[in-house]
Design a protein around this ligand. Sequence first.
Ligand code: NAD
Length: 258
Amino acid sequence: MVSLQLDGRTVVVSGAGQGQGAAEAGMLVEAGARVIATDLAGDMPSALAAASSTSTGALVYRQLDVSDSAGWSRLAGWIQSQGWRVDGLVNNAGITRRSRLLDASVADLRRVYDVNVAGSLLGIQSLTPLMGSGASIVNVGSVAGLTAHYPVAYTASKWALRGLSQVAAMELGPRGIRVNTVHPGFIETPMTAGARPEFRHATLAETPLGRTGSVEEVAGVVLFLLSPLSSYVTGAEIPVDGGQSGHGGAKSVSDAMR
Ligand code: NAD
């Protein structure tokens, strides 16, 4: 029986303290999963408190900096000590730097890569030994990784993450482990709360659905990719962007011709 229910499955979510990660953790718990929510803070962030009190699944919180390989090893060791295996991993943690091409520093580039690319690689390397056939990994990319989005370090990191995802899908497929990527567009989170009005306005002009997205709209696609309903989907990339990336820049032309 295929279903969106994740009863009996253990899923690790990185960067789950707020924004999309918190929504993903909450929805996965509602779907019956045991969620290991991780983030930088030592104690469980308040955005996760509501999810932890639901009676359907279960939520535990662990501190983890995704760019710290020793931290991932500790997490894997702790999961093993509980006698659990891992059925899902959501590499959601991500940071941005908004500097442009001629101002971006190598330090910016390295830090964004450390979190967005190396963090996801370390997650895959650390947790796949605890996964069996049927496990699913979801990497959180961005429309930046499908386009020439102007913050160059962030954009380059999300393009790199696409490469990592495709190699992982190929290498882990024979073990029955699926790897897919979601590419959010403009989603209302603390990350985008500080975006300049010009950025919001220009992005909406490029978005056929004409609105920003909610964290739940990303979490629903992540849940689908972790569930048996997507059991033959691997190496796929799903934009969750209101159509922003699909028109390849043709929307302004179409709008001009109305
Ligand atoms: P957010 O900034 O609101 O939340 C990100 C979370 O990641 C925070 O809780 C933060 O503490 C955590 N984090 C940061 N660095 C970390 C590290 N080194 N180790 C562990 N956790 C760390 O961001 P969000 O908008 O919820 O974004 C989530 C993901 O979605 C990111 O990968 C981001 O690049 C991607 N994304 C977001 C949007 C958007 O419009 N919000 C669009 C495209 C892609």
